[in-house]
Design a protein around this ligand. Structure first.
Ligand code: GDP
Length: 709
C-alpha cells in the first residue's frame, strides 16, 4: 500500500514524514529534476510505503513542484493521500485540500500544529469539517507527536478499502460554474472514469494546457467545451481560472465560519514579540550578522578547527597514514602500490574526510536555526535584496557556508524551493573563496604584492561581484527568465526544535559528503596520483618532472597565455586545483623543486617573482578563485542538479566566466602599464562589450510584463 503525503510548504510535512517513517527513509530526487523526493516505509508496518510529495499550494501547472505532484497523483494513483494542513492557517491550506478531494483518491486530513491553535486559545471543530468535506479529519501535532497514531490507523484503513466509486468530491462550485463543469464532465464520455471526471473537468475549464494534452479529446469536443467556458466567463464577467479560484475561496470561507472560532482578544504571542525585534527594519541585519558570526566562529574558528586539526594532524597525520605506510612496508608491498595507497588514496581521501567533523558542527548549528524557525525570517529579510539578481533570500546560507567549503554550501541550496533560484545558487555559490583557496591568496599576496593587506579582501569582493554579475546576466537568458516567484512563506512560530530532527538533518548532509569522498574523490585522486607519478613509458618519476601530468600541463598551457600565465607549472597547478584547491600551493612548490613547503609557499616566493609580474599573478589568482571548483564540489553540483547537462553548464559557465575576468584584468592591466598587445586588448574589449550588454539589456520578464499589460 502507498500513502502519499501532500501539503503546503511549512505545514509540517517533513516533520510528520519523519515521525511516520523514523529511520526507514530514502532521500533521492524526482526523475530528471532537482526537486527532492523522499520515500520511506511506515515505522509500525513496513509493508506500507510513504511518498512525500513536494510542498505545494495548489495543483495548478505553474511550478515544477505542482506538476510533479499532480503527475504522481494522476499516474501512480497512491492508495490514500494524507493531506497535512497547518491548522493555524486554515484558509490558505484548505485551497489545496479542495483540489485533492477531486482526484477520486481517498483523502485523510491531518490538521497539524494543533498545539499552536490551542495555545492561541482558538477552537476548531474537526467533526464539522469532516462532515462537510466528506473525509476523515484528525487533529495532530507532528512536532509533539500527538494524534498521529489515530491518523495512521485511519489512513491505512481508508487505503485498504479503496473503493474509488464511493468517493464523492464536496459540492464546491455553484450556479454558472457548476453548470459548465457538468457539461464538460458529460463531454468527457468514457475517456475518463466516472469518479475522476471532476478533476479533469475543472482543469479543462481552467484551460490547463498540460491536462488538455493528457486527455487529448477530439477537436469538436474541445470546441464544445470552449463554448461552455466562454459562456460562463461572459456571464460571470471574469476569466475561467479566477472563477474557479474565487468559488473555492467562497466555499472555504463558509467552511471556516462553521468550524473555526478565534479567541476574542488576541494578545501578541511570544513569537510575535520576538519577531518585532528580530525582523525590525533597523535591527534585523545586525542581529542576523551577529548570529551568523557566532555560528561561523563556533564551527570554523573554535570547535570546528579543533576537531578538524585533530582529524588531519593526529588521526590521519600520525596514525592512519604512517600506520598504513609502515604496514605496507612490513608486508613487503611494491613501491608503486604503497605510493598509490598511502600518497594517493589515504592522503587524498583523508584530506577531504578531515573536513567532516567541522562540517558536522556547522550542520548541527544550521539545522537548529532552520528548525527553530529563524532561517525562515532570514530568508524573508534578505529576499528583497537577493531577488534583484535572480537569487532567493535563501541563497545566502549556501554562500555563507561556501566560504568554509563549497560542498556543504552547494548542498545547503536544498532548502530553496524554486528550481531556478536553486540552480542559480548552485552555479554561483563556489565563487565565494572557500577555506582551501586561502593559501593561494596568501601565496600571491606574499610573493608578488609584498603581503599587501588588500589582496585577501579583494578576493572576497571579486567573489561577491561575480555572484551579482552572474545573477543579473544569467537571469536575462532564456534558462532563467520568468516572473520572479513571489515570496510566499509562512513564518512558523518560534519553538524548541526536536533533537531528532536536528540530528537527522545534520547526518543527512554529512553522510552525503562522506559518500562523495568515497566515490568521486577516490576516483579522481587515483587518476591524479597516477598521472603525476608516472611518465608515458609507465616508469615512476620523482616529483612531477617528466610525468604524464606535466606533459599535459605543457600541452595545454597556451590556453592561459592571453591571461598572462601560459606556462606549464601554472597549468599543472590549476588543473590539480580541480582535485582540491589545497593542492595548488603544494604543487607549485614541487614544480619549483621544493618537496615540502609552508602553507603560503614562502620557500619559492623568489622563483615566483622571477616568473610572474604582479599583474599576471593576480590574473592567475582570479582564475583559480572563480573557475570550476574542486572535484568534490563538482560532485555536489552534479548531485544537486541531478542532471548531467546542467552540471556541465555550471562548470562550463564558471570556467568561461573566470577566463573572461582574468582576460580583462590582464589585458587592460597590461595596456595601462604600457605593455598592451593589440589582439589581446581587442579580445578583452569584445568580452567586456558582451558582458555590459548582457548586464544592461532589458529583462525578458520585464518586457513580457509590459506587453501583457
Ligand atoms: P514542511 O515544509 O511542510 O516539510 O514543514 P516542516 O516539517 O519543515 O515544518 C515547518 C516548521 O514547523 C518546522 O520548524 C517544524 O518544526 C514546525 N512544526 C511542524 N509540525 C509542528 C507542530 O505540530 N507544531 C508546531 N508548533 N510546530 C510544528
Amino acid at each position: 500500500m502507498t500513502i502519499a503525503l501532500a501539503g503546503n510548504p511549512n505545514s509540517g510535512k517533513s516533520t510528520l514524514f519523519n515521525v511516520l517513517t523514523g529511520s526507514n527513509q530514502y532521500v533521492g530526487n524526482w526523475p530528471g529534476v532537482t526537486v527532492e523526493k523522499k520515500e520511506g516505509t511506515l515505522k509500525s508496518d513496513k509493508s506500507v510505503r510513504i511518498a512525500d510529495l513536494p510542498g505545494i499550494y495548489s495543483l495548478s501547472p505553474y511550478t515544477l513542484e505542482e506538476v510533479i505532484s499532480r503527475n504522481y497523483l494522476l499516474q501512480e494513483k497512491p492508495d490514500v493521500i494524507i493531506n497535512i494542513l497547518d491548522a493555524s492557517n486554515l484558509e490558505r491550506n484548505l485551497f489545496l485540500t479542495t483540489q485533492l478531494l477531486e482526484l477520486a483518491i481517498p483523502v485523510v486530513v491531518a490538521l497539524n500544529m494543533m498545539d499552536v491553535v490551542k495555545k492561541r486559545g482558538d477552537v476548531l471543530d474537526a467533526a464539522y469539517l469532516s462532515q462537510k468535506i466528506g473525509c476523515p479529519v484528525f487533529e495532530i501535532s507532528a512536532l509533539k507527536n500527538t494524534g498521529v497514531d489515530k491518523l495512521v490507523e485511519a489512513a491505512v484503513a481508508a487505503g485498504k478499502k479503496h473503493d474509488a466509486s464511493s468517493i464523492h468530491p464536496p459540492h464546491v462550485f455553484t450556479g454558472v460554474a457548476e453548470h459548465a463543469l457538468a457539461h464538460i464532465e458529460e463531454s468527457l464520455g468514457d475517456v475518463i472514469p466516472e469518479n475522476e471526471k471532476r478533476f479533469y473537468a475543472v482543469k479543462l475549464f481552467e484551460r490547463d494546457g498540460k491536462i488538455k494534452n493528457l486527455v487529448s479529446l477530439d477537436e469538436s469536443v474541445m470546441q464544445h467545451i470552449e463554448e461552455h467556458i466562454a459562456e460562463a466567463e461572459k456571464e460571470m464577467d471574469d476569466d475561467a481560472e479566477s472563477i474557479i479560484t474565487n468559488e473555492r475561496y467562497v466555499y472555504i470561507g463558509d467552511l471556516i465560519k462553521g468550524c473555526y472560532k478565534k479567541r476574542a482578544h488576541v494578545s501578541d504571542s511570544v513569537s510575535d514579540k520576538i519577531d518585532r525585534v528580530v525582523t525590525n527594519r533597523i535591527l534585523a541585519l545586525p542581529i542576523f550578522a551577529a548570529i551568523m558570526f557566532v555560528v561561523y566562529y563556533i564551527s570554523v574558528t573554535t570547535v570546528g578547527t579543533f576537531v578538524t586539526d585533530w582529524t588531519n594532524d593526529v588521526l590521519f597525520g600520525t596514525w592512519i597514514v604512517p600506520g598504513a605506510a609502515a604496514l605496507l612496508e612490513n608486508i613487503g608491498c611494491a613501491a608503486w602500490l604503497q605510493g598509490l595507497i598511502v600518497d594517493g588514496i589515504v592522503s587524498g581521501v583523508g584530506a577531504v574526510l578531515g573536513f567532516v567533523p567541522q562540517l558536522l558542527v556547522l550542520f548541527i548549528l544550521l539545522a537548529f536555526l532552520e528548525e527553530c524557525g529563524y532561517m525562515a525570517r532570514i530568508a524573508f529579510i534578505l529576499d528583497r535584496i537577493f531577488r534583484r539578481f535572480g537569487l532567493s533570500g535563501k541563497s545566502f546560507i549556501p554562500m555563507l557556508i561556501g566560504t568554509g567549503c563549497g560542498v556543504p554550501g552547494i548542498m545547503a541550496s536544498r532548502t530553496i524551493e524554486n528550481e531556478k533560484d536553486r540552480r542559480m545558487t548552485v552555479i554561483t555559490t563556489t565563487f565565494m573563496p572557500c577555506g582551501a583557496k586561502l593559501p593561494i591568496i596568501a601565496l600571491i599576496a606574499g610573493a608578488l604584492f609584498g603581503g599587501a593587506w588588500w589582496v585577501a579582501p579583494s578576493a572576497y569582493f571579486a567573489g561577491i561581484a561575480a555572484i551579482i554579475v552572474s545573477g543579473i546576466m544569467l537571469k536575462k537568458t532564456k534558462m532563467f527568465a520568468g516572473e520572479p516567484s513571489p515570496f510566499v512563506m509562512e513564518l512558523p512560530a518560534y519553538h524548541m526544535p526536536a533533537p531528532g530532527a536536528v540530528f537527522r538533518s545534520m547526518w543527512e548532509r554529512g553522510w552525503s559528503f562522506i559518500k562523495k569522498a568515497g566515490t568521486i574523490i577516490l576516483a579522481s585522486t587515483v587518476v591524479i596520483w597516477f598521472t603525476s607519478s608516472f611518465n608515458w613509458k609507465m616508469q615512476m618519476v620523482d616529483g612531477y618532472e617528466g610525468s604524464i601530468l606535466e606533459s599535459i600541463g605543457s600541452a595545454i598551457s597556451w590556453i592561459f597565455l592571453p591571461l598572462g600565465f601560459g606556462n606549464s607549472k601554472a597549468a599543472v597547478a590549476t588543473v590539480l586545483g580541480l582535485v582540491a584547491k589545497e593542492n595548488v600551493v603544494g604543487t607549485f612548490g614541487i614544480l619549483y623543486g621544493f618537496a615540502e613547503v609552508a602553507e603560503d609557499g614562502m620557500e619559492f616566493w623568489a622563483n615566483l617573482q622571477a616568473d610572474y609580474t604582479p599583474l599576471s599573478g593576480y590574473s592567475m589568482l582570479l582564475f583559480n578563485l572563480l573557475c570550476a571548483p574542486c572535484f568534490a564540489a563538482i560532485g555536489a553540483i552534479k548531485r544537486e542538479m541531478n542532471n548531467a547537462k546542467w552540471t556541465w553548464f555550471a562548470v562550463g559557465y564558471q570556467c568561461l566566466f573566470a577566463y573572461a575576468v582574468s582576460l580583462m584584468v590582464y589585458q587592460f592591466g597590461s595596456l595601462a602599464s604600457g605593455s598592451g598587445n593589440i589582439a589581446g586588448v581587442l579580445a578583452a574589449l569584445a568580452v567586456l562589450a558582451v558582458m555590459v550588454w548582457q548586464l544592461v539589456k532589458p529583462d525578458r520578464a520585464g518586457r513580457r510584463q509590459v506587453s501583457a499589460a
